[in-house]
Design a protein around this ligand. Structure first.
Ligand code: NAD
Length: 332
């Protein structure tokens, strides 16, 4: 099948090309993101493959369907950027990659914690300038600390296990508690207010939905311990960024590690080093010494990229062969 892959980056192309040796689809890579202006580029293809910042609203989906696209293959787990109801009305099936490496994302969350805590980013720069002073680099033992894990699905459960390995007390919140985490890793499921009150570190691993949007906001920050570290590798809008900036200014929040940002869509994955940053909230966040931002790279491991390419191409082959689409996403 002919697949147009939008918003492609150098880091992923080689994985798609080498995996495709087993599938033999016709692949066309576009650097452009999928939107109403670029949708026409897909004319003549069978499948469009989109990433997290492609805009899959009703207009785009309609144009795709009109230009003969028969399948929308997301190369992401998240699908909050797709109007699923519109896709269903248009009879355009949507498939995704539900799991590519929970380890990649969970381990990145740990990287954010360790960097913020032990200040290795500052140490690296200091030592390279022959500054061997240790002032300002004091961290804390993770051992014995209380870590709140919000969302214990595939990623959150790996993260909880790693935190258990560090010797932390792990408190968790999920609408579907994981019994294995309770039995094997001493994870304690608690209501959110209990987690907010007790946690030294809070890490977010729930999907973005109407229920979870801005779940961290002025009122929930207020309930937290002074100096708490917030880690977000979930989705930017789980946190009200405006409120986060306010509590970073007062010192209520000790540190924030953010791999995702509410308004990342037109910023992340791009080299904007030659332009003036227009996003004032992001610019403000970048001024805090205790904030570490990475540009949605938690998934970026060789294993994850290989799994994303393989599952995406397998999804397309399943569709081509009329098989049941096990990775299809539906609106409810
Ligand atoms: P998952 O579906 O396996 O787990 C999500 C968990 O959240 C489930 O256990 C579910 O019960 C729980 N949940 C859902 N709604 C809830 C609510 N309202 N309150 C409490 N719990 C709720 O998903 P996953 O694979 O672990 O991924 C989690 C999220 O991580 C994804 O939705 C995505 O947004 C994000 N993600 C980020 C990256 C990255 O590179 N930064 C990569 C992959 C996924």
């Amino acid at each position: 099948m002919k697949i147009c892959i939008y918003d492609t980056h150098k880091f992923e192309r080689e994985f798609f090309l080498s995996c495709n040796e087993n599938f033999k689809h016709e692949i066309v890579f576009f650097e452009a993101r999928l939107n109403t202006q670029t949708v026409a580029m897909a004319k003549g293809a069978d499948v469009v493959c989109a990433f997290v910042n492609d805009k899959l609203n009703e207009d785009v989906l309609k144009s795709l369907q009109q230009s003969g696209i028969r399948l929308l293959a997301l190369r992401s787990a998240g699908f909050n950027h797709v109007d699923l109801k519109a896709a269903e009305r248009l009879k355009l099936p949507v498939v995704r990659v539900p799991e590519y490496s929970p380890y990649a994302v969970a381990e990145h969350a740990v990287a954010l914690i360790l960097t913020l805590n032990r200040k290795t980013h500052k140490a690296y720069n200091r030592v390279r300038e022959a500054n061997f002073n240790l002032d300002g680099l004091v961290g804390f033992d993770l051992h014995g600390k209380t870590v709140g894990v919000i969302g214990t699905g595939k990623i959150g459960s790996v993260f909880a296990r790693i935190m258990h390995g560090f010797g932390a007390r792990v408190l968790a919140y999920d609408i579907q508690p994981n019994e294995q985490l309770i039995a094997k890793y001493n994870v304690e499921y608690k209501d959110l207010p209990v987690i907010f009150k007790n946690a030294d570190i809070i890490s977010l691993h729930v999907p973005l939905t109407t229920q979870t949007k801005h779940m961290l906001n002025a009122s929930t920050f207020e309930q937290m311990k002074k100096g708490v570290m917030i880690i977000n590798t979930g989705r930017g809008a789980l946190i009200d960024t405006h409120d986060l900036i306010a509590v970073l200014k007062t010192g209520k929040i000790g540190a924030a590690g953010l791999d995702v940002y509410e308004e990342e869509e037109n910023i992340f994955f791009r080299d904007m080093s030659e332009t003036v940053l227009q996003d004032d909230m992001l610019a403000r966040l970048l001024t805090f010494p205790n904030v570490l931002i990475t540009s949605h790279q938690a998934f970026l491991t060789q294993e994850a990229l290989k799994n994303i390419a393989t599952t995406t191409l397998q999804n397309v082959t399943d569709f081509e062969q009329g098989k049941v689409l096990k990775n299809q996403v539906r609106s409810n």
